[in-house]
Write a protein that binds this ligand. Structure first.
Ligand SMILES: [Zn+2]
Length: 220
């Protein structure tokens, strides 16, 4: 579902969570029913990201969302199904990164990305969205760049949600130690867990950041 800019003015995208981990709630139709029951005209969010990464359409993008009280005008509202931080999935992170990249490109980088928690007292969206999207302090996301190929000497520091050849090399090296990861070049939550395990086993700082010491311990 490629993102198409609505005609109305948009300057911010807000991320939310559904505040449920129950599989029977993993559908925009359920959210719509909840919101209709509150007397709303439609589901409050424009897009809903299921645990399997599928993105479902909610409210028409041309219509202002009902998602961030007092901060709805000029926004797009995206909801990920989930509540507990450790139960959001890599598939969801991949989808929200892909979607956000599309939105960012559609607006030439002139849109910023935020969590509901920035304009409310809620913890929503719970997951580490700044880390996942690689946001700066203002909520700007970098426009995607061409990945540079990895050379033998090129083992840059990598961390959660980094993507590219270095992340793939890391996964291959962890797999050589029996991690059993998909070597897809995306440093997701499973890769993060494997890194922490490897660092703990090797008496390294278990910070889930793969820097020179961790690369050396992995044999690079
Ligand atoms: Zn929210």
């Amino acid at each position: 579902m490629p993102f198409e800019k609505p005609d109305r003015f948009v300057e911010r995208l807000f991320l939310h969570c559904s505040a449920s981990d129950r599989p029977e709630h993993d559908d925009v139709g359920v959210m719509r029913d909840w919101h209709l029951a509150r007397g709303w005209s439609d589901v409050g969010y424009h897009l809903f990201v299921k645990k399997d990464g599928h993105v479902q359409a909610g409210r028409d993008l041309e219509v202002i969302p009902a998602a961030q009280a007092g901060n709805n005008t000029g926004t797009i509202a995206v909801c990920l199904h989930g509540l507990a931080v450790e139960r959001f999935t890599e598939a969801q992170y991949r989808s929200v990164i892909g979607l956000s990249n599309e939105v960012n490109a559609a607006y030439d980088g002139m849109v910023t990305f935020h969590g509901h928690c920035e304009v409310s007292s809620k913890a929503c969206p719970v997951f580490p969205y700044r880390e996942v999207l690689g946001l700066d302090a203002h909520g700007n996301m970098e426009l995607p760049q061409d990945p540079t190929p990895l050379t033998q000497a090129d083992t840059p520091t990598v961390r959660l949600m980094d993507r590219g050849p270095a992340a793939r090399r890391l996964q291959e090296l962890l797999n050589a130690q029996g991690a059993g990861l998909a070597a897809d070049g995306i440093f997701g939550v499973m890769t993060r867990e494997a890194v922490v395990r490897f660092q703990t086993d090797n008496e390294l700082d278990a910070d889930a950041i793969v820097g020179p010491l961790t690369w050396i311990a992995l044999g690079e």
